[in-house]
Design a protein around this ligand. Sequence first.
Ligand code: PLP
Length: 221
Amino acid sequence: MPVADNLKRVTSELPEGVRLVAVSKFHPAEAVVEAYGAGQRIFGESRADELTAKRAACPDDIEWHFIGHLQSNKVSRVVEAADVIQSIDSVRLLRRVDDAAARLGRRLRVFLQVHVAAEDTKFGFTPEELDAEITPELLAGLRATEITGVMGMATNTDDTDDTDRVRADFRAIRAAFELLKPRIAGLRDISMGMTDDHLIAIEEGSTMVRIGTEIFGPRQY
Ligand SMILES: *Cc1c(COP(=O)(O)O)cnc(C)c1O
């Protein structure tokens, strides 16, 4: 069972206090069930339709994390199917998610996505935007969501020697966490680190890594 072996290897490298989100996007529900059989309980998906389908097909006690860019027309579906939305990248989206959760009678944990990488293609608040936009008034107005973490990605470098840039990005994500911590009592998670860079992320304070390829192999569709 390659998935079980891969999981075992990945989890054996994680220090205490660092949790694993197994990123199952673009892999079938059978792959999730296989990982579940090996003890994994937290899974990450990046598309609303895949999340909904897998939630229906997989065991009930899985904790589903949505980690993809969330378009406004998909908010209700994701709020219904996710336990945690890690990819809140604007105040507008935060309000929409909170409204949908209140309407649907759900309580949801959310993470604020921080943009620090060099690529413009990545989403999220810059640290300056977090500082200016995540105000006490905004926080006081949330009815059905609790902000419990930040999530971010480092610059995608093909150059394996360019770990300085990656490390600097993780430091910036952690600094954003420290900036928000005094404002948000329940803030506890720093979600950073993927297949290629999670060991650096852990050195820089990650509490949650999101790993797909190393567990499930190359994405299938
Ligand atoms: C796909 C994805 C991952 C997992 O990436 P791997 O390199 O396959 O481990 C982690 N985080 C986010 C936000 C993703 O979209």
